[in-house]
Design a protein around this ligand. Structure first.
Ligand code: SF4
Length: 205
């Protein structure tokens, strides 16, 4: 059984899978203390308990090749259902991508691709960072701490997707020119948040 906040079909708006139609499975719960700036606070509550079988059935109904599993912090539920679900998804030939902050660690036997979004001041240790397929940090108003943290990881620039700050379309557009220059200078991917640009503050899209 898994605690689920929402499941919906959309387009991946961020990171290396950006632009691809995908089913999003947002699992409930995160590591405490919660981040004060959390933009998915509604997913921190316990959520609805759903069987792996039922989740799989709904995911397959969308006939989409990519499944994005996010949260909250999805790996908190690895032992209690997520590992079993991943295995079923892969048996069906689906591609699995995780969105994680790394705050709950990364289980040894994860097979899906992990896109790691470290939170300000909470960058995971090297043993967690090395498990990431890509890094997707959020650019802050003062870029220096983020840039230093990225460089300290030793990740090659082509594995870094630097995201524009802002939870609304207006804020995104406002911060993009600075992000553009930073990405050009350091060789990182310029990572707009497409769902915000298209739908503004609307959730579940
Ligand atoms: S790690 Fe992410 S989901 Fe969890 S509290 Fe922090 S911002 Fe929210």
């Amino acid at each position: 059984m898994l605690f689920v906040h929402e499941l919906f079909h959309s387009i991946q708006g961020e990171g290396p899978f950006s632009g691809r139609p995908a089913v999003f499975l947002r699992l409930s719960g995160c590591v405490t203390p919660y981040c004060s700036f959390c933009d998915t606070k509604e997913a921190l509550e316990k959520g609805k308990e759903v069987s792996e079988e039922k989740i799989l059935e709904e995911i397959l109904s969308y006939k989409t090749a990519l499944v994005v599993i996010t949260g909250g912090e999805p790996f908190l539920q690895w032992e209690t259902g997520l590992q079993a679900l991943e295995s079923r998804l892969m048996d069906e030939g689906l591609e699995v991508q995780y969105e994680s902050s790394g705050r709950a660690g990364i289980p040894e036997n994860v097979l899906g691709k992990i896109v790691l979004s470290p939170k300000p001041g909470q960058w995971p240790p090297p043993e967690i960072l090395k498990r990431a397929f890509a890094l997707k940090p959020l650019m802050e108003k003062n870029p220096e701490p983020v840039l230093k943290a990225i460089q300290a990881t030793g990740f090659p620039p082509e594995k870094v997707w630097l995201m524009a700050l802002g939870a609304s379309r207006e804020e995104q557009l406002q911060h993009m020119p600075a992000l553009w220059e930073i990405c050009r200078k350091y060789g990182y991917h310029f990572c707009p948040r497409l769902h915000i640009l298209v739908h503004d503050r609307k959730k579940g899209v």
